[in-house]
Write a protein that binds this ligand. Structure first.
Ligand code: ZN
Length: 323
């Protein structure tokens, strides 16, 4: 495994202000949310290019090449010199003055995988019960062909999303913040959202599929009632959350829905993911792009694109929470 190359990702500092005025984002939310989405849905081509839909199911590629492409992670270099590192996680920062639309709302962000999972194969391969079946505790996730791991992508986007939501007054909890040796396991990831009584939970990923397979998709829970899993109460609200997150993401990033699954809708329903099956709160996954496709990877490794990705997710979540 070769996730040991130079770390191009300095800690994400908490920003003191949004890059764009909050009012713009909010004002644009309702009328724009599904407009951009409709455009992409309309042009979406046929699916089923044989792509690997399995990243989130634990079938994602785990191998990484031995070198990092210079500068591959992109935009973080633009950050002002002397930025202080992020403070310890756990305590949400005070919302910016004049905001607070999400006051009282709890959002759990689940950054997929863990940058250190590859160092703990026996622990993450341990099987946990996800209600319907047993599956691995967690997986390493995929990586770009240049070796930039999905787990760093997910954590970076999670930090950006946390900042945006906290500025609107939400209480935000991350399932992991690079502060654990591995994991957490998928059952614990669900439990964290449940115990937080999250109003919305979002698991962030990027896919590991074949070259030419491009675009994002949102995964929503299907009806499952088996063992400890009972998704029936969350299927409908999760579908609503998923549509709004997909719409916001498409509009803000300008990225098209996946061309290799979901019939061009960018929406997929699954019943095999422990993180969804065990959730008792509205929850979806988003696969932001295909790390193994060079064109998608160029986006995923760009800090400015990741900011848009987080903005799009935030707008979808805000739309869902405000009804
Ligand atoms: Zn993943």
């Amino acid at each position: 495994m070769s996730y040991t190359g130079p770390d191009f990702e300095p800690s994400q500092p908490r920003r003191s202000r949004l890059r764009r005025p909050l009012t713009v984002a909010v004002a644009a939310l309702v009328p724009g949310a599904l407009l951009g989405w409709g455009v992409y849905a309309a042009v979406g081509g046929p699916d089923d290019g044989g792509g690997d839909a399995g990243d989130a199911a634990g079938a994602g590629t785990s191998a990484a090449p031995s070198s990092d492409a210079p500068g591959s992670p992109g935009g973080d270099a633009k950050r002002p010199a002397g930025s202080s590192p992020a403070p310890p996680s756990g305590k949400p920062s005070a919302p910016a003055a004049g905001s607070g639309a999400l006051r009282g709302k709890v959002v759990v962000i689940d950054p997929g995988h863990n940058p250190a999972n590859f160092q703990h194969p026996s622990e993450i391969n341990r099987k946990v019960n996800v209600g319907t079946h047993w599956k691995e505790c967690d997986t390493t996730g995929t990586a770009t062909n240049a070796g930039w791991p999905e787990a760093k992508f997910t954590l970076d986007v999670a930090h950006r999303l946390r900042d945006l939501l906290e500025k609107q007054g939400a209480t935000v909890k991350l399932t992991q913040d690079g502060d654990r040796a591995y994991g957490p396991c998928v059952d614990e990831r669900a439990r964290i959202g449940n115990e937080a009584k999250a109003d919305a939970a979002l698991s962030i990923h990027a896919d590991g599929s074949g070259t030419g397979n491009r675009g994002f998709h949102v995964i929503m829970p299907g009806p499952v009632h088996d063992g400890a899993a009972d998704t029936r109460p969350i299927v409908a609200p999760s579908a609503e959350l998923g549509k709004r997150v997909a719409g916001g993401f498409a509009r803000v990033t300008g990225t098209a829905p996946a061309n290799y699954l979901g019939d061009g809708t960018g929406l997929v329903t699954r019943t095999d993911l422990g993180g969804l099956n065990l959730s008792t709160v509205p929850k979806v996954f988003i696969e932001c792009g295909n790390m193994r496709d060079a064109t998608d990877a160029a986006l995923l490794t760009s800090g400015s694109w990741r900011q848009k990705a987080a903005q799009g997710m935030s707008e979808g979540i805000v739309s869902f929470l405000r009804g």
